[in-house]
Ligand binder design. Sequence first.
Ligand code: MLT
Length: 387
Amino acid sequence: MILNSHFSELPAHYLFHDIDLRVKAYKAQHPDEHLLRMGIGDVTRPLPRVIVDAMQQAAEELAHEETFRGYCPENGYEWLRQAIIDHFFIPKNIHFQPDEVFVSEGAGSDLGNLSDLFDSNNHVAIMDPTYPAYVDANIMAGRKITLLPCLKENHFVPDLPAQPIDIIYLCFPNNPTGAVLTRDQLRLWVEYAQHNHSLIIFDAAYEAFISSPDIPHSIYEIEGAREVAVEVHSFSKSAGFTSVRCGFVVVPFETGLQPLWMRRQCTKYNGTAYVSQRAAEATFTTEGQKGIHENIRYYKTTASLLLNGLRDAGLEVYGGENAPYIWCNAPNGWDSWTFFEHLLHRCQVVSTPGVGFGQCGEGFVRFSSFANRSDVITSLQRIKERL
Ligand code: MLT
């Protein structure tokens, strides 16, 4: 047996696992301390009742011969794919066939799995800092990666690559910096991809947090994007499904990738749980929409509390307006891990060190507004008093 040698090029631990180890070590030494968790972007609000009812009903169906179901279709039930098109895309005047939408168990897996479609000789461009899964998946496949620096100087929006790139990963609203692209800025990327015959993998996991009208929720709002982009969505952040698990990928026929992705999913994926698909369908009901938007409003209010509170504490902060994440420059010239450790040891606040998202994240930490509101208020008091 010969191992995939590219695994040796990966960091020893996945970022959030690494943080977990440090937090557990702190907790072992301070068992009575309540930790104020603003690290991983994991939701804390309960699911709307209508979604839980839909899951209970779906589970009940499995207990009866007449309504029992076995394997779900690899690309998801057509009723869910059609609901996604009707409720998310048609109101934006974007039209897809159900076969261009692939339901999955979440964006994280899709973003890694899409790598299966491409030869290892492709040249990939990824924003730095970035969600680590894009880099890890392409390191595992042995591809050449060009990092696109996202710095204060360019407002955390990367410049177009100077050379032709085959595959470009874009995430807007951005994780971790909270930066966004206007329609005009996104159009430049679509034009770049058309000109260079590149493919854009557009991660739209955080689109539900957009408030400003000039920020696109989907790359398909830009003319010509369906020839050059696949788009990845998640119910995790928009509907609080981090435990339920459901997401979807749009693979337009025009990209030429739809048959390959269908072939890949049929071989390697046995379909998203029926109960989760019924839960996702329920998010599109009137009650479901009301419930999930209340939760998003809650997180957005927490984000602005956090943004203003950190600013009042004298810290330099970015993002948080059209995104659930706040990107905070470490004070006193500290590096990311030093700031992370001070926050943990002096304030019992868990953050995410920016350098874990890439070298250009050095000197920053990320705060997540998916946190419990009263924990955020306590954190702000402690940061003001103790840092
Ligand atoms: C994050 O904190 O960056 C995300 O929650 C991780 C994820 O979505 O997998």
